[in-house]
Structure formats: C-alpha cells, structure tokens
Design a protein around this ligand. Structure first.
Ligand SMILES: Cc1cc2nc3c(=O)[nH]c(=O)nc-3n(C[C@H](O)[C@H](O)[C@H](O)COP(=O)(O)OP(=O)(O)OC[C@H]3O[C@@H](n4cnc5c(N)ncnc54)[C@H](O)[C@@H]3O)c2cc1C
Length: 309
C-alpha cells in the first residue's frame, strides 16, 4: 500500500473514532436515546474479535528435511515481520511451488507477491486467513443484505425469538440524521415501535399464561419464545440486528468490493468502509491494493483494480 493511501485510511480510521487495543482494531458506535428513553444508534460499530496467529517457526522441521543446498531452513529466519494473516497466506502460496529456497520472494516483497496473485485472480491462498468481527449499530435491512454473502463466511445473529424487548435498539438511517423533521419522525417511530412491541408481548404472554397455569422451567422458555416470535412481526426494518461475522480474506475482499462501492446502499457502505478500515489497519498488505475515495456527500467508497481475486 502506498504511503499516501495508507495515510488516508489511517486518517479516516481515527476520524471515525477507531482504536487499536492489543492489536485488534475497532470503531465503536455511541448509543443515543429518544426523550422517552428508546435506545438507537446512528452508525455501525465494528470490532475485530479474532485474527490469525501464524507459527512460521513450525515449518522448521519440515524444511530441514530437504537437501541443505536448497536453502530451505533459512525461510523461517526472514528478518521482515509480516502481519500473521499475510504470513499465513504467503507461506501457503509458497508451498504450492516449494518456493522456500534462495530465490524465493522474501517478506520484504510480500506486497508485490500478493499483487501478482490478486491481479491474476489466484485468490484461493487468501482463504487461509480469517477475521471475525462483532457488528452492531446495523439495521435488520442491512443484515438482510450482508447475509446474502454465502461463500467463505460464518454468521451468528441475534435471535429475535430468544431475546426480549429489554435489548431492543434501533438504527437511524444516515439520510434522517441531519434533517430535523425526518430525525424527529424517526425518534417518534422508534418510541412507537418499542411501545407497540412491549404492549403486544404483554398481551401475548397474558394469553399464553392463561392457557397453561403450571409452567415448568422448560415450558416457560418455550412460552417466551412463542411470545417473542409473534411480537417481532411488528418490528421495523430499522431494528438493530447485531451479529458476529467471520470471513476469510477472499470473501471479505469480495464483500468490501460489492458493498463499499459507490452504488451500494448507504448504510451497508458505511459498514463496509469500517470493515475495510479495521482490516487494512490489521493487515496493510493483504488489503494494500485498495483505494479510499471521498464521495460528494462526505461518505467514502473503496475500490481496487484487482476485483474478485
Ligand atoms: C448494489 C447491489 C444491489 C443488489 N440488488 C439485489 C436485488 O435487487 N435483489 C437481490 O435478490 N439481490 C440483490 N443484491 C445481492 C446480490 O445479488 C448478491 O446476492 C450478493 O451481493 C451476494 O454476492 P454473491 O452472489 O457474489 O455471493 P457470495 O456468497 O459473496 O459469493 C462470492 C462468490 O462466490 C461464488 N459463488 C457463491 N455461491 C455460489 C454458488 N452457489 N454457485 C456458484 N458460485 C457461487 C460467486 O462467484 C460469488 O460471486 C444486490 C447486491 C448489490 C451489491
């Protein structure tokens, strides 16, 4: 990644409140409340929960088993330290041609190595490194789009059947936030949705309890589930739907390319830009071909000439 490009990404990461804690980047999202106390968020929160840890030294016993003239054992002593995710993918790619000897691409030239792979569409080695994120401050409509990405991802999303109205929060669309009238209507709608959900849940629970006077513990959980799975039908698309999202680098690159594109829907673009900023902070090499560009409305898009590696 060019220095100016890296600078732009780290500037935006900081501007959006990005922090790095013990090597894990995060961009948190503050919680707001309506006058009546209904909680809502205005931007996506993205927290990197997990990233690869690579044991290069572990290759030693394998590499020492070849002719000493190969120079293979020196592979583990490369003086340039890479992010573990880059190292894992580079080592995996180099195994294909047993490129561990004197003429191998050293870690110093890892960026050029990955450029050769991504420009040729040889993205399978990028599948070895995975990152997991907590995503919150995202609406049910955005997560409906995100879960369309099937290849190379794992998803655990809040269950509206199991959690109660006590954790109900809403997400305000970017378009409403600077328009006093639309903002006020959003807050009214959030209050109304929270109140209607609670009232409906109370009515349903009352009926459920009348039907079964002696509930055992298991049955009580079942009753609550039945109440919530029914009451949720009146929740709007702007209900918050947090998830843990895991993707390998090949899949994550595809999500960024599709969703941080200027034609993507604005809320999911905000999310994809934040995902990119956390990823490029953790590994500036695997995401080093990306360019961040400001759009006329003050938001950003992310592009690369090596799409769909
Ligand atoms: C701007 C925009 C507008 C959209 N509008 C609509 C819309 O109006 N309606 C709608 O339904 N969807 C819409 N989508 C969703 C879109 O059609 C895809 O479902 C979504 O982007 C997931 O991407 P993907 O298909 O590349 O799947 P991913 O799961 O991300 O897969 C990545 C790649 O793996 C390969 N792959 C994955 N699964 C298979 C498979 N089963 N068989 C063969 N190859 C596979 C493909 O090459 C695929 O591109 C829109 C998406 C965007 C970005």
């Amino acid at each position: 990644m060019e220095t100016s490009e890296r600078g732009r990404a780290s500037e935006l990461f900081e501007e959006l409140g990005g922090i790095v804690s013990d090597g894990f980047p995060a961009i948190h999202s503050p919680v707001h409340r309506t006058g009546a106390g209904t909680a809502y968020l205005k931007v996506p929160g993205v927290v990197m929960l997990a990233k690869p840890r690579t044991n290069v030294a572990g290759l030693g016993g394998f590499l020492e088993g070849f002719d000493p003239s190969s120079g293979f054992p020196a592979y583990v002593d490369d003086p340039t330290k890479l992010p573990d995710s880059s190292q894992l993918c580079k080592t995996s790619g180099q195994l294909c041609y047993m490129s561990f000897g004197y003429r191998r691409t050293t870690n110093e030239n890892a960026a050029a190595y990955f450029e050769r792979l991504t420009s040729a569409g040889h993205g399978s080695v990028l599948e070895h490194a995975s990152f997991s994120f907590l995503l919150y401050g995202i609406s049910r409509s955005v997560t409906h789009e995100l879960v369309r990405h099937r290849a190379g991802v794992g998803i655990s999303q809040v269950s509206q059947r199991y959690v109660s109205g006590a954790v109900l929060r809403f997400v305000e669309r970017p378009e409403y936030q600077n328009d006093p009238e639309l903002h006020a209507v959003f807050e009214e709608r959030a209050d109304r949705a929270a109140a209607e959900y609670e009232a409906m849940a109370d009515r349903l629970l009352e009926r459920q309890e009348k039907g079964a006077a002696f509930l055992d513990a298991e049955y009580r959980t079942d009753a609550r589930k039945k109440v919530q799975q029914t009451a949720r039908s009146l929740l709007p698309n702007e209900t918050e739907a947090p998830m843990v999202f895991t993707g390998n680098v090949r899949a994550l690159r595809h999500v960024i390319e599709m969703r941080a594109d200027e034609h993507a829907e604005s809320e999911i673009r905000n999310l994809a830009v934040r995902l990119f900023l956390c990823l490029v902070t953790a590994d500036p090499i695997l995401f080093g071909d990306y360019q961040l560009q400001a759009l006329s409305d003050g938001t950003h898009k992310v592009t690369t000439k090596y799409r769909k590696a």
